[in-house]
Design a protein around this ligand. Sequence first.
Ligand code: Q0Z
Length: 287
Amino acid sequence: MPEAALHVGSGKVRELYALDDERLLLVASDRISTFDVVLPTGVPDKGRVLTGLSGFWFARTRDVCANHLLALRSDARSTECRRLEMLPIECVVRGYLAGSGWKDYNATGAVCGHVLPEGLIDSAQLPEPIFTPATKATTGHDRNIDRAQAAELVGTDRLEQVERISIALYRFASEHARERGILIADTKFEFGLDEDGRLVLADEALTPDSSRFWPADHYRPGGSQPSFDKQFVRDYCESLGWDKTDPGPDLPDNVVAGTRARYVEAFEQLTEIGFADYLADPEVVLR
Ligand code: Q0Z
């Protein structure tokens, strides 16, 4: 528990506490959002799955980039991390055309200044992964920006560095995931600077909340793809005819159980660690 920790921030499904001047505690709840609305019903163990996955990727990408992780707590949902000066851009990498990438491509033939081949279809794999930064919105949606706008926010040298490292992280993780039946269509990284100005990977990394995970065996470009984790929730919400404004609907037990199973399945497929083993000893994901 966050003993004597000051609450310093809330995300949709996570909380951030200050432990001292140098350390933060990042706590992942079991809350789930869909269509940008946090639902009244939680998914048991969702926060633990996301915390374990982030820890797994941090441990395996340390040689690509230093990260903020100091410790995983025994609750398996809390991470002690280094307190950094965060960069004011979201570092998105896309290997496939989806979401705002597909929308922007359809409207202009380009995404964040990357002019793409003609004739790409919805959810198509891109010839190469592309870096598509966005601004951090305090309210509403992040906005895609081109490299000139990103350079204004972080400087040209820093931009070049975060682009190179973001692509390297995505290539590593997407190859690992593909070999285990999961496509990582896109993902968002957040970086900060330590006291010496060194670049550090922060926040969560390569989780289903910061990425689009698609089951590889269902991949059919030409339309939107089922989400690995949230598809039951989306399908249930669509079946209700809910208008997608707050408050969202309660989820029935079968939708909760099916969704929990999908998160645990993603964890076990990607880490090759049993979820019970992780709960018994969270540090197992770091080894
Ligand atoms: C992350 C966020 C959350 C609300 C700030 N290592 C770090 N150093 C400094 N700042 C952050 C981090 Cl991770 C930081 N966020 C995003 C997370 C709740 C906002 F759990 N904001």
